[in-house]
Design a protein around this ligand. Sequence first.
Ligand code: ATP
Ligand code: MG
Length: 282
Amino acid sequence: MTEQMFIPDRQRLYHYKLDRVLGQGGTGKVYRGIDTRKGEVVAIKRFRENFFRNALHLRDLKKSVKRFKKFKHANVVQILDFLDDNPQEGICMVMEYVDGPNLRWYIANRPWNLQERLTIAAQLCNGLQYLHDQECIHHDFKPANVLFTRRGLAKIADYSLYGSSFLLELLDRSAGEQITPMFVAPEILRREKASPQSDQYSLGITMYMMFAERHPFLADSLPKLYNCHLRIIPEHPSVVNPKCPHRLGDIIMRLLEKDPAKRFRDCDELRIALADIGRSRI
Ligand SMILES: Nc1ncnc2c1ncn2[C@@H]1O[C@H](COP(=O)(O)OP(=O)(O)OP(=O)(O)O)[C@@H](O)[C@H]1O
Ligand SMILES: [Mg+2]
């Protein structure tokens, strides 16, 4: 982004004063703002016009946000508010502002360091386990949805913005435009129910990218990518990147199992398996 692109196209949203554009994704545009009532710095996601497929989707998210506001975990971005009562201002979700880069930037720019990356993976396990304990499936876990504080704490953002059925609809239509099919679990493509293990698969793709330094599937079209998720066993991460310990590669391969039942019982079990890798290296 050039400096020009950080300048917000509007000065205010509801009772928030905007001072910077933080980024833009499939769901909308994210601004940094100040809550003029509390003086707090926040991030505000303004959903794009046709993000909500129908009134039901909006109602469901609004209802979920009531629950999300109660979530409190160091590795989960806190949701502060949901605003939709002024059509001129649009539909906005207010979140905790996280002041560092995201994991997509980190993977592309930071030198490879096993311990550092294992520490991040453990934090992602903790955050996902917390969400799953609250009966919340993320549905769109990917590196761009992992944000860092300047002190290196990893926080998971944008959980459960899509309901399962809505997710399927998106995959059927114009997947590339709105969601990131690079991280979608095979059972979702098979029209099965999403589960916490579906998030484990997305975490597996993310960890493959962190430790093998490339996406597991080198497909050049959407149908080929879907076929890979459904049927192709990726190369072992430690073959792709010899710096990646074999046992860590095995863990990532288990996350990428086509059958969700063959993945980990939960993210706690995964975190314990990862801790073993860390120890064996000391
Ligand atoms: N709470 C936040 N605090 C600070 N920066 C944020 C926050 N939420 C999002 N961002 C930044 O804004 C950028 C755009 O986020 P956005 O969620 O719109 O896009 P995305 O994650 O790439 O795709 P998607 O829309 O599918 O989630 C992110 O890359 C992130 O760096
Ligand atoms: Mg996002």
